[in-house]
Design a protein around this ligand. Structure first.
Ligand code: SF4
Length: 458
């Protein structure tokens, strides 16, 4: 390959994968790689896969097929290209991928991204490489820190992984098998990463983890820190305007985390708290370790701490044995909470999980029909939630240019997207915005402090 080498990373699934994709690209910088936006331009294509959604493996194989066509075209033009498969599907089915997809040059499991430069070098010399072992060393320690320019290019919001893996073993989920047991990064490492991001222009950081509120990392004082303790320290970072965290488990929503919502202005009043079902029978079968009443109680405590707190959730419909009455409980939970948004999925069995072996699998047609009904209910409560903000003034972090000239796109504290006309130099700042219109996917508004900004020459 001629220098500079170019890497194209395609990310599927959750924010953890988006974060990992950035870190993979950063880790390849010392090996002479820069990021590119298209596979056609790349010397190395990494598919960072996700195992959560339905038919994940099939989707990976069809994506490999598309990339293989690019690879073959480039080979005809004398420009070799490598294909790598990373992420949860790679972790779970690495050997099978190598067997079935001859175009794949390397497979790297979700815990081994720090070994990529070495793996790529071996693949460049013709070896087909697979590494899906769970390593003994800490991948976060070994991963390269992002360069200042790379951070600035990615915008004013960033994800920071603070925790990985899960010990909960929900009956439908592969994460405990693909990402392994819970581990938490030490607070000092997280603080250093957040400070570096803020210094490069990031204004909002979302702490991420499969089970982020189970965070228990080594604290700056040598003790064990909870997520709340970590948030309190990060809220003191100068220049950091907003903090968020995701994804949480209802059982780990401790008193100190709830209190942090009352105390920390930088901590946004928005919690993604997957419920999965509104039925106690289904929750027990899912091994969720909480009941509907526990969930409602947690929401009540959160709202007591912070009156305007918005909630989002995940739901699975058609879990084995789910009756129409169980499903009605899910619908009623959606109405009762009045979510700001929610993701909903049709249950599909994941090999190796207990639910895949359960009897009473629900026919796809029935699950699909329930999914449509649930999505209608979610859209309705989301619209009701958004409608509350018509005419209101909300604080918006201006994040990036919009599609129209002179337009910017930002986010409210409740993660609603707002489009408005505003000068580009306001990107990265928070401004009061009057909401003038509620669209189906975003809100529209006007800067409330426009006259003051004009007077200041902004
Ligand atoms: S809490 Fe349950 S759904 Fe979430 S990652 Fe762990 S096992 Fe999967």
């Amino acid at each position: 390959m001629n220098r500079p080498h170019k890497v194209y990373v395609k990310s599927f699934g959750c924010q953890m994968n988006v974060y990992d994709s950035h870190r993979m690209a950063d880790t390849l910088v010392p090996a002479g790689f820069i990021e590119t936006a298209t596979p056609q331009d790349a010397d190395l294509v990494i598919l960072n896969t996700c195992h959560i959604r339905e038919k994940a493996a099939e989707k990976v194989y069809s994506e490999i097929g598309r990339i293989r066509a690019v690879k073959e075209e480039k080979a005809r033009n004398g420009r070799p290209m490598l294909i790598a498969v990373a992420g949860c599907v790679a972790q779970a089915e690495g050997a099978e991928i190598m067997k079935r997809a001859r175009a794949v040059d390397l497979v790297v499991g979700s815990q081994n991204y720090h070994r990529l430069p070495d793996m790529v070098a071996r693949a460049q010399s013709g070896e087909r490489v697979i590494d899906t072992e769970f390593p003994v060393e800490d991948k976060f320690d070994a991963l390269a820190a992002p360069a200042r320019e790379a951070i600035a290019k990615r915008g004013v919001t960033a994800f920071v992984t603070v925790q990985e893996g899960c010990d909960k073993f929900c009956a439908f989920c592969v994460v405990p098998y693909t990402r392994g047991a819970e581990i938490s990064r030490p607070a000092a490492k997280i603080l250093a990463e957040v400070e570096r991001l803020v210094e490069a222009g990031v204004r909002e950081v979302t702490l991420i983890g499969q089970n982020v509120n189970a965070y228990h990392g080594a604290g700056l004082d040598g003790g064990d820190w909870t997520l709340a303790r970590l948030l309190r320290r990060l809220a003191q970072v100068r220049g950091l305007l907003r903090l968020r965290y995701t994804t949480s488990h209802p059982c780990d929503m401790g008193e100190d985390l709830i209190a942090a919502h009352a105390d920390l202005a930088a901590l946004m009043p928005y919690v993604h708290l997957p419920a999965q079902s509104g039925s106690d029978r289904v929750l027990a079968a899912m091994n969720r370790r909480h009941t509907r009443a526990d969930y409602l109680k947690t929401v009540e405590r959160l709202r007591q701490a912070r009156g305007d707190l918005a909630l989002s959730s995940d739901f699975i419909v058609g879990f084995p044995g789910e009756t129409e009455s169980d499903f009605a409980d899910t619908l009623s939970l959606v109405e009762e909470i009045g979510f700001a948004g929610a993701f909903s999925f049709m249950y599909s069995p994941r090999p190796g999980t207990p639910a895949a072996e359960m009897e009473n699998q629900i026919p796809a047609e029935e699950s699909n029909q329930r999914l449509q009904r649930l999505q209608t209910a979610i859209t309705r409560v989301q619209r009701t939630f958004n409608a509350r903000y018509a005419g209101a003034t909300v604080q918006v972090l201006l994040e990036k240019p919009g599609r129209l000239p002179g337009q910017l796109v930002g986010k409210t504290p409740y993660l609603q997207t707002v489009q408005l006309m505003a000068p580009r130099n306001l990107i990265g700042t928070v401004h009061p915005v009057v909401i003038t219109e509620i669209g189906s996917n975003s809100l529209f508004g006007e800067l409330a402090d426009a006259p003051a900004l004009q007077a200041m020459g902004a």
